[in-house]
Design a protein around this ligand. Structure first.
Ligand code: FAD
Length: 278
């Protein structure tokens, strides 16, 4: 059982609780990106199991009329086993998503996975003519080239600041520099892309900049934020823009919850107050 304190960030342990959460978000005008918690499987059985779980989730969503799609970590479906395993499992998921006309996102993990993730995304999204998205991380020095590479590719790009502690040769380490390039990339995307832009950030500065760029260029975009973070703002923004909430679910919630708690002092305080019952 997930303790009440963790339920702010995790949509339960089962597909049924996840779909219930989607219903609640949709009632507030917010779509949902569903992520089954799991990553870095070295055992192919675990990777295959999670790929099957995503396919089953897509079956569960079929005919519900719910506004939700899935977002998958490459190492959750076999990238740490082999690139071939990852692609086979991704093909199974994407085929099922095609049957049900659902969107598939690929999360981006640390820099050692970037090439394999982007190459698979490009091949699959070109073959499908859209229906897929991938995340690009502003902190990686290579991302300027990747953003240009995907300007004319169908599908969507989620721009985030980057969550992984990368080596200085590969990534910008200062927050200021990452903010600067994030804004530069937003400007490039709103000018060069026809659409397919997802702003994956809670940062009011970046959201406001995206709104200004949308007003200036008319380029469609969506805003994506995590479950449990600035949810009041998500609902407000959803009155004017397309907003998706990234909602993780599943039995492996503890390490995810721990990460959410540790990234902000306010969250750690919230956890402590909940534990002390105050
Ligand atoms: P930060 O730079 O952390 O904060 C800037 C400002 O935003 C803060 O000053 C505050 O005003 C506001 N803010 C930020 N967090 C909070 C909070 N918890 N509560 C209240 N206000 C807050 N990373 C990856 O590497 N790969 C992925 O695939 C990936 N997918 C993501 C998907 C989504 C939908 C989101 C939202 C993030 C994803 N990330 C991913 C994480 C991302 O890289 C950042 O680590 C994370 O979003 C923190 O950066 P930020 O832009 O939100 O703002």
């Amino acid at each position: 059982m997930i303790p009440p304190i963790a339920r702010r960030f995790v949509a339960g342990e089962t597909p049924a609780t996840a779909l219930e959460h989607v219903r609640e978000c949709n009632d507030r005008g917010v779509g949902v990106l569903l992520n089954l918690l799991g990553e870095h499987y070295e055992d192919p059985t675990e990777a295959d199991d999670d790929a099957r779980a995503y396919a089953a989730l897509l079956d569960d969503l079929a005919g519900t009329g719910l506004d939700a799609c899935i977002t998958v970590k490459p190492t959750q479906i076999g990238l740490d086993v082999s690139e071939a395993r990852f692609r086979d499992n991704l093909r199974g998921i994407v085929d099922r998503a095609d049957e049900h006309d659902r969107f598939v996102w690929l999360d981006m993990e640390d820099h050692t996975t970037t090439d394999a993730t982007l190459d698979a995304f490009e091949e699959f999204v070109e073959a499908r003519g859209g229906g897929m998205g991938v995340c690009l991380q502003a902190n990686l020095k290579r991302t300027r080239d990747d953003i240009e590479r995907f300007a004319d590719v169908p599908g969507k790009i989620r721009l985030v600041k980057g969550a992984y502690d990368e080596p200085p040769a590969t990534a910008y380490k200062s927050k200021e520099r990452v903010n600067e390039v994030y804004e530069d990339y937003l400007e490039y995307m709103f000018e060069a892309y026809d659409g397919g832009i997802a702003v994956g950030s809670h940062d009011p500065v970046m959201i406001d900049r995206a709104r200004e760029l949308h007003d200036a260029h008319g380029t469609p975009f969506e805003i994506q934020m995590l479950m449990g973070v600035r949810e009041d703002v998500q609902i407000d923004l959803a009155r004017e823009y397309e907003v998706y909430q990234y909602a993780p679910y599943g039995g492996k919630w503890l390490s995810y919850f721990y990460r959410r708690m540790m990234e902000r002092k306010e969250n750690a305080g919230f956890a402590l107050r909940a534990i002390l019952g105050r």
